[in-house]
Design a protein around this ligand. Structure first.
Ligand SMILES: NC(=O)c1ccc[n+]([C@@H]2O[C@H](COP(=O)([O-])OP(=O)(O)OC[C@H]3O[C@@H](n4cnc5c(N)ncnc54)[C@H](O)[C@@H]3O)[C@@H](O)[C@H]2O)c1
Length: 350
């Protein structure tokens, strides 16, 4: 894993996508997508890129509940039936579920074949499709099975935003807020203005800023030995909330879990004397205004705590967090007592 995949911003039609496809002119191509993206965007993709006319298309039902090994199993079978070989190409066309699962499928099939990501949600453009983490969930445990594997290239085209529901834009925006919070106060300030104008769309420039923050961290630490843990801000609590809703059969957009996770973890950072009251209040106001917190039941709290205790980011029995020191600066490997975590979770979300 070298974390050096090419990322192209701008129109897929005018850009490097067709040039890259030329390189695979002797290879079979498979487009992996979900049913929603198929309905909305497959015709557009095939119409504008004649080199894909003979591609096989594999579509799966949409949603986090389908990011599971059973679906991978079916897709691996389909690839075998299509006689896909080591020199062939998979194009992952969809949101983070498709790029996570498609990357995992491609990188394990025949010990790894090339794949390209065309992310179609804001969330997958700013986060999931870049950085080389691929995988699937296991029960309520997010991304429990997976490998690090880089796509050959990622193509980020904002035209796909035109069909995204508002909540999906907000979901992706939460990961952008995370990027600002962990490393770039200026990006956070820009996003604070932009969050009130999401109807006008999110610009390529803002997306690029977010992607470059992630990219710069991943290039220094591709396999999350240290620095990359910064990107986990909001995700310990966030994955707990998301996993709990998944088990209950009521999945939430990933970014909403992240937003609530950022808020609870900011409360923890304040409680641990890392983050000032002023910075905490600024984060709290922005999150609560844009991602209204649900009031969780006692069962939800217990379920979230159980998931957090088995989080793969922990060391042994210690709960391990990435926490904010200020807006634009975070620290990783912060051990927090269980009772502090539970108290903050209850205070913010019950
Ligand atoms: N690998 C990583 O580094 C990383 C980082 C962040 C998140 N993730 C993962 O990404 C996933 C979340 O990604 P997501 O929010 O994109 O989820 P998703 O793939 O489920 O997409 C959300 C919904 O939007 C629909 N959709 C996709 N593109 C659309 C379009 N252009 N117009 C209308 N609808 C569209 C999908 O069908 C789906 O219903 C989670 O599984 C999360 O764990 C991975």
């Amino acid at each position: 894993m070298n974390a050096h995949h090419d990322i192209f911003f701008g129109s897929l039609i005018e850009g490097h996508f067709d040039q890259l496809l030329e390189r695979y002119s002797d290879s079979k191509k498979v487009i992996f997508t979900d049913e929603t993206v198929f309905e909305l965007w497959m015709e557009d993709l095939l119409t504008h890129h004649p080199l894909l006319h003979d591609a096989e298309i594999i579509q799966v039902p949409p949603g986090e509940e389908n990011k599971v090994i059973e679906i991978c199993h079916q897709v691996w079978h389909a690839l075998s039936e299509y006689e896909i070989a080591r020199n062939d190409l998979i194009i992952n066309f969809g949101g983070g579920v498709i790029t996570d699962m498609g990357g995992f499928i491609a990188s394990t099939y025949k010990r790894g074949i090339d794949f390209i990501n065309i992310p179609t949600t804001l969330l997958s453009q700013v986060d999931a499709s870049v950085g080389g983490k691929t995988g699937v969930d296991l029960g309520g445990y997010k991304n429990q099975i997976g490998v690090f594997a880089d796509p050959v290239a990622v193509f980020i085209d904002t035209k796909y935003h035109s069909t995204l529901p508002e909540d999906e834009i907000k979901s992706g925006f939460a990961e952008m807020l995370k990027h600002g919070l962990i490393q770039d106060a200026h990006h956070w300030s820009n996003l604070k203005v932009k969050i009130n104008e999401l109807d006008d769309g999110v610009s390529t420039a803002l997306i690029r800023d977010s992607v470059y923050i992630k990219k710069s961290i991943v290039e220094k630490d591709p396999q999350e030995k240290g620095l990359r843990k910064l990107l986990n801000l909001g995700h310990t609590i966030g994955h707990g909330v998301e996993g709990t809703r998944l088990i209950a059969g009521e999945p939430i957009p990933h970014g909403f879990g992240v937003a609530w996770g950022i808020l609870v973890e900011a409360a923890i950072a304040h409680e641990q004397d890392l983050l000032s009251q002023k910075a905490f209040s600024e984060i709290q106001a922005l999150i609560q205004e844009n991602y209204p917190t649900p009031s969780l039941s006692e069962n939800d709290i217990l379920s979230i705590m159980a998931l957090i205790k088995n989080d793969k980011k922990n060391r042994g029995h210690e709960l391990n967090f990435t926490l904010l020191k200020s807006i634009g600066e975070a620290v990783f490997d912060q051990v927090v007592p269980t009772k502090t975590v539970e108290a903050c979770l209850r205070r913010i979300m019950q």
